[in-house]
Design a protein around this ligand. Structure first.
Ligand SMILES: Nc1nc2c(ncn2[C@@H]2O[C@H](COP(=O)(O)OP(=O)(O)OP(=O)(O)O)[C@@H](O)[C@H]2O)c(=O)[nH]1
Ligand SMILES: C[S@@+](CC[C@H](N)C(=O)[O-])C[C@H]1O[C@@H](n2cnc3c(N)ncnc32)[C@H](O)[C@@H]1O
Ligand code: SF4
Ligand code: SF4
Length: 659
């Protein structure tokens, strides 16, 4: 059968119940003979010969009766009724999976779409058949004209716009939502990857967990239902929290959507970090075996599930393991005005330039139509995607610029390398550790301190930064000064703590003692710790590719961390022997700094906390990595070991940065 006749059959069959994936689906979509014509023209124009199997196109029952323009119909018969507009490249978070810690180089303002241009393009698209517009970014809430834009979109309803939606990180949502709703915002998706505040700070590199939670609650209170919560699941980062997220749906009308981690330029995607739909479902089924698959909403990216009796629901966005390109109805507009017909496609056309050079809408529509025609049937598959060039999720700009931005951490790594050759390793360790305390500000402070010193004596060293070849000069004395600066602030903290509290591990005669915890109440206790080992390029590459001669480094380090957590009381003199209910040790490979970030989580139901166990697990995992890689290099640095989070017990919750 030729492709053309297949399309005819396909359209005819939509007026009948038809068979799909083994079950009968009643076609909700009705289309007049007249409206078939454009699709036939599409097929003729693109001269498609026998291609792969026909794509099933599911369209939802639209209140709108106007025809979808052929400009928005691709050669596979998919009607594009959903436009995602990125309003900005800027963001007040720095999620690890989305953007580098230093941010991305921003496009100059004059190259970004103005308010008027966004509204004009939206109108053009709506008149062609777009029924839903989602505002996204970057972070759409940082755009000051957001309320105005939503109001203007609201005015497009008579032309057929049915839904105005927004995806946000929720940081400033609670305050702004009432006005956004009043202006016409219909639906809300809010991103939240963890229920642990300290982990939020780790993932997003910023504080704000409680503000996001407040945003979610405000959205529920204002009647958004269900509020969709996006959770990108990454192995070793938050897959342990999947059930906690599901539990949230018991009392809240939220739709928690677990998203498979997707590869974008610069986000260090790695197959091992991705937790697949099936794996996530298995985890949930261990606690709720009766979780049920429920009807998806039309054109949803997610596969919907519900625990019987729970108010909300959960879903899985399976872009990697089971793509949903067959029912794709999406187009995207980047903040600098490029039309992107596929999230993973790298072909883009500038509607901004068209719009700025002509008043003729037909010319713009022709460009849109041609781009839609070029849309591929589906994305390339996760392994190929990982190798492809595509914008980072947040970045709207030039790829090379993005790559030339070296993170502060990689600058620090260069410094370590240099230190190791020129001054005492202990100084290097100190400087690195202190720069790590707050890598940006410490680095700037250090640069500022050294900027005026241009005489190089034997006590001075100089460092060439590989990103811009600039030279930073310093001396050993001032390295120590930086150390004093940072240590002092920490010392102040610990001195204060010591003043406030009596020493619990020393008796009245000054002799060390083990605290008697027999009288304490038992409670559920959790501790999380983290640490970093900087390996250097050679060892890092070998470890990443699992080619270290001694064996599978991360597996051995994982076991070492778990084992030692259980034996902590044998190693740390005054530590109690605590029955642990769980120990996990996870690793994130940081390509830019050639380092491994280790996190551990330890749980118990007992009379005393497990932070020492968590810190010990991280420490020994790091030392194990060192041991297994030392044949490759000896200049590895173990650094930044610290407690991230502690909860349970009478002393309350501790989150790094908060207390
Ligand atoms: N493959 C693919 N995945 C997408 C696309 N759009 C969104 N996603 C995935 O969906 C996740 C959540 O995106 P959202 O901005 O909340 O949008 P959405 O899921 O399309 O939202 P709804 O309109 O509510 O269906 C993203 O992180 C992606 O993983 C797309 O066009 N293609
Ligand atoms: C790019 S953000 C923009 C909107 C807003 N700043 C936010 O975070 O919700 C849109 C969605 O993409 C998701 N996302 C970003 N990078 C991703 C990745 N590598 N894999 C899967 N989802 C990702 C985010 O979690 C978020 O839900
Ligand atoms: S996912 Fe959203 S909140 Fe996070 S960095 Fe990207 S744009 Fe910002
Ligand atoms: S990958 Fe491309 S074709 Fe597939 S669903 Fe996403 S935008 Fe559509």
């Amino acid at each position: 059968m030729t492709r053309l006749s297949k399309i005819f059959v396909s359209f005819w069959s939509r007026t009948q119940p038809f068979q799909s994936s083994g079950k009968v689906v009643t076609a909700q979509w009705r289309r007049s003979c007249a409206s078939i014509a454009p699709a036939v023209r599409v097929a003729e124009r693109s001269q498609i010969q026998d291609s792969d199997d026909e794509i099933e196109v599911f369209e939802h029952q639209s209140k709108r009766q106007t025809e979808i323009s052929p400009n928005l119909t691709d050669k596979f018969g998919r009607h594009h009724t959903y436009l995602r507009i990125s309003l900005t490249e800027r963001c007040n978070l720095r999620c690890q999976y989305c953007m580098p810690s230093d941010g991305v180089e921003l496009t100059p303002k004059q190259k970004l779409l103005s308010t008027g241009e966004i509204i004009k393009l939206s109108e053009l698209f709506v008149k062609e058949g777009i029924q839903k517009i989602r505002l996204t970014g970057g972070e759409p809430l940082v755009r000051s004209d957001l309320i105005e834009i939503i109001g203007a979109l609201n005015d497009l309803r008579p032309h057929g716009l049915e839904n105005i939606a927004m995806t946000t990180n929720g940081i400033t949502l609670a305050r702004k939502l009432p006005q956004l709703k009043a202006n016409g915002l219909d639906s809300l998706n809010i991103s939240l990857d963890t229920l642990i505040p300290a982990k939020f700070e780790f993932i997003t590199r910023r504080k704000g967990w409680d503000r996001v939670m407040k945003g979610i609650d405000t959205a529920v209170e204002l009647g958004y239902g269900p509020v969709k919560v996006n959770c990108v699941v990454m192995r070793g980062v938050n897959e342990e929290e999947i059930c906690d997220f599901v539990a949230l749906t018991e009392k809240k009308n939220v739709d928690i959507r677990f998203i498979e981690y997707m590869p974008f330029d610069g986000n260090k995607w790695n197959f091992k970090k991705m937790v697949s739909y099936n794996d996530m479902l298995d985890i949930i089924k261990t606690r709720w075996p009766d979780i049920q698959r429920i009807q998806d909403r039309p054109n949803d990216t997610s596969k919907a599930y519900k625990v019987p009796g729970f108010e909300g629901q959960v879903g899985f966005i399976t872009s990697m393991s089971e793509h949903f390109c067959g029912s794709c109805n999406r187009l995207r507009m980047t903040a600098d005005g490029n039309l992107k017909v596929c999230l993973f496609g790298n072909s883009e056309v500038s509607l901004r330039d068209m719009m700025r050079s002509t008043d003729n809408d037909t010319e713009i529509l022709d460009v849109i139509g041609a781009a839609v025609q070029r849309k591929k049937k589906q994305h390339a598959g996760m392994f190929d995607l990982a190798k492809m060039k595509n914008r980072p999720m947040i970045l709207i700009g030039n790829q090379q610029k993005f790559y030339s931005l070296l993170s502060a951490k990689s600058r620090i790594f260069n410094i370590v390398n240099h230190f190791n050759q020129t001054i005492k390793p202990s100084c290097a360790m100190m400087a690195v550790r202190n720069l790590h305390v707050d890598e940006n500000s410490a680095f700037k402070y250090w640069e500022k301190e050294q900027a005026d010193k241009d005489d190089v004596t034997e006590n001075y060293w100089e460092i060439k930064l590989s990103d811009d070849s600039s030279v930073v000069k310093g001396d050993k004395k001032s390295t120590t000064l930086i150390s004093d600066h940072v240590f002092n602030s920490n010392d102040n903290y610990s001195n204060k703590q010591n003043c406030d509290k009596q020493l619990t591990h020393v008796d009245s005669s000054g002799k060390a003692k083990m605290v008697d915890v027999g009288g304490k109440n038992e409670s559920f206790r959790v501790a999380m710790a983290t640490g970093t080992i900087i390996l250097g390029k050679e060892a890092f590459d070998l470890l990443r590719d699992n080619k270290i001669k001694k064996g599978d480094v991360l597996s051995v380090a994982n076991i070492a961390g778990i084992m030692v957590a259980k034996r902590t009381h044998d190693l740390i003199p005054l530590c109690h022997n605590i029955p642990l209910s769980k120990v996990s040790v996870d690793f994130v490979l940081e390509e830019t700094t050639y380092s491994v970030i280790i996190t551990s989580e330890v749980k118990t139901y007992g009379k005393t906390g497990v932070e020492i166990e968590a810190i010990t697990a991280v420490s020994i995992a790091a030392v194990t990595i060192y041991d297994m890689c030392k044949a490759v290099t000896k200049s590895m640095v173990i650094t930044d070991i610290k407690l991230l989070h502690k909860s349970g017990g009478a002393s309350g919750q501790y989150n790094i940065g908060e207390n």
